[in-house]
Design a protein. Structure first.
Length: 253
């Protein structure tokens, strides 16, 4: 019983075989998937997809990598979607200081506004933090009253500790399957399990065994097997703990 806490199953990469991908995920034991939006234009299609499948759960947000698709008015539209649809989370939102040309000031404005919505509506937030973990932590702390997950975590042990001290979970996926990811694997092996979530970020971030291929939620089983081995516990114990964590954070049935 695994929960993919971050999967973009609504992406165009799955248009040709989405139903087959879902069947493979279920066969692999993935009982639920959190599907975060990235821009307003995708909200309606995401809602429709999740309405068709009880194991898919939508989150709505404005992703920092897609600044060109956002407008200030979209924040009001996001508020209206939250009020009407009552999603399980707000996101994907956050900061990305890796890609050149993404205006940092605009990113900060959208991120802060979405954190304030999460606090106002008492919803968890799904956070993207690439080369921005320290600022994400500072912004979360300054906003206060938040809970959520930093997905595809790539920061230090100390940054992870600061996040779970703030009540945030750490999302780990495909990168942990690479033997060269020593720092990430050390974190996976030793962090408090109550703050651990599993994810694929499909179709992105393929596993070591999938280099150059499209990622998909069925691969979560291999992520779980890798982390269970690193921690020296059974796959069943890891699956139970992480699925319980996901249910607690996102409050889905």
């Amino acid at each position: 019983m695994l929960v993919d806490s971050h999967c973009h199953l609504d992406a165009a990469e799955f248009s040709a075989d989405r139903e087959t991908v879902l069947k493979r995920a279920r066969k692999a034991g993935v009982i639920a998937q959190i599907v975060p939006a990235i821009r307003l234009a995708d909200f309606a299609d995401l809602r429709e997809l999740c309405a068709q499948h009880a194991d898919l759960h939508a989150a709505y947000g404005l992703h920092p990598m897609y600044l060109a698709d956002h407008a200030p008015a979209h924040l009001q539209a996001l508020r209206e979607w939250i009020e009407r649809e009552r999603p399980i989370a707000i996101g994907e939102c956050g900061l990305d200081f890796y890609i050149d040309g993404l205006d940092a000031t605009s990113q900060r404005d959208y991120f802060k506004a979405q954190l304030e919505l999460a606090r106002e509506f008492d919803l968890p937030v799904i956070v993207h933090a690439r080369r921005a973990v320290e600022e994400v932590i500072a912004t979360v702390r300054a906003t206060g009253g938040l809970r959520g997950v930093v997905h595809s975590f790539s920061g230090s042990d100390e940054q992870a500790r600061q996040l779970w001290n703030l009540g945030f979970s750490i999302g780990l996926g495909g990168p942990v399957t690479y033997e060269r990811a020593r720092r990430l694997r050390a974190l996976a092996s030793s962090m408090p399990i109550e703050f651990l979530l599993l994810e694929t970020d499909a179709p992105d971030q393929p596993l070591a065994s999938q280099r150059g291929q499209r990622n998909e939620p069925a691969a979560l089983l291999e992520v779980a097997q890798t982390i269970a081995q690193l921690r020296g516990i059974s796959l069943e114990a890891l699956a139970l703990a992480t699925s319980t964590n996901a249910r607690r954070l996102f409050a889905f049935h």
